[in-house]
Design a binder for this molecule. Structure first.
Ligand SMILES: [Zn+2]
Ligand SMILES: [Zn+2]
Length: 81
């Protein structure tokens, strides 16, 4: 009965925290709206792991620690087109 716990209407998964997000399409959980946006593309849902997100202990996809995120962006920029 903790405040801020909610259940998804699509698949009944439970989340804690008002910032957490759940995708009704691919049914992944996210630590916040920005992480959720990250996996969305014009073509639909993208694998969160391939979007640079990492799974946390709660089973939610979120942003990696800033150092790793910087590394990800650097790698993306250096990758040949
Ligand atoms: Zn999705
Ligand atoms: Zn769902």
């Amino acid at each position: 009965m903790t405040a801020g716990t909610w259940t998804t209407s699509c698949c009944g998964q439970k989340y804690t925290g008002s910032n957490t997000a759940h995708c009704t399409s691919c049914h992944h959980g996210f630590t916040g709206p920005s992480a959720f946006d990250r996996h969305m593309t014009l073509d639909g849902c993208k694998n969160p792991a391939k979007s640079g997100l990492v799974l946390d202990r709660r089973g939610l996809w979120g942003w990696p620690r800033s150092s790793r995120m910087t590394g990800f962006l650097k790698r993306k920029r250096q990758a040949p087109a």
